[in-house]
Design a protein around this ligand. Sequence first.
Ligand code: B4P
Length: 191
Amino acid sequence: MLNLVLFGPPGAGKGTQSARLIDKYNLIHLSTGDILRGELKAESPLGLEAKKYMDKGELVPDSVVIGMIEIKLDQNSDAKGFIFDGFPRTSAQAKALDELLEKKGTSISAMLSLEVEHDELVNRLLNRGKESGRADDQNTEVIENRIKVYNNETAPLINYYDAQGKYIAVKGMGSIDEIFDNLCSSIDEIA
Ligand code: B4P
């Protein structure tokens, strides 16, 4: 199986690039952000609880997102592999993911980390906010908090995957096509 963690700060292009990678490599896309927004739209109890955190740019509690991923893995037991987009975001989530995959006799193949400059992240998110109406993309304070939370709680996962020999840095500045090519070159070396 090819199991990829697509990693990077908010606005790095994880969702954008995942949409293309799943077609090329025939993988299942698991985005915790998309799943949470789906719950929010359906106004489910989980979605309403998650909204409190998402609107402030804070992380939703680990137990909630780990449970969501477990359900999705079980629903896709015949998959050729997965792209994990926006998950894991904490060390508890990374450990839980390793355990869930081990139970299924598989593991993470690589963690691809998109590297993008701070000002470019803010510009991309504000642009998306204008086009999509996403509440967490419209307010500069919320965006800065998401980047701060990423630096404090999520970026340390680079060390976690590096220790397993799975961390690959990928240049995330440039056009969407150029970044896609960068990602494919890295994947083709390990696939
Ligand atoms: P996510 O949905 O994961 O959102 P994100 O990290 O902000 O976006 P992403 O990185 O996918 O966006 P993309 O670059 O593709 O999370 C939202 C919230 O959900 C979190 O703040 C948190 O509250 C919660 N959450 C999610 N997962 C969680 C977890 N595991 N644990 C706890 N909480 C969790 O796109 C950004 C924009 O840039 C797009 O408009 C795109 O078109 C544009 N773009 C992309 N590439 C570009 C390029 N090369 N050039 C120009 N524009 C580009």
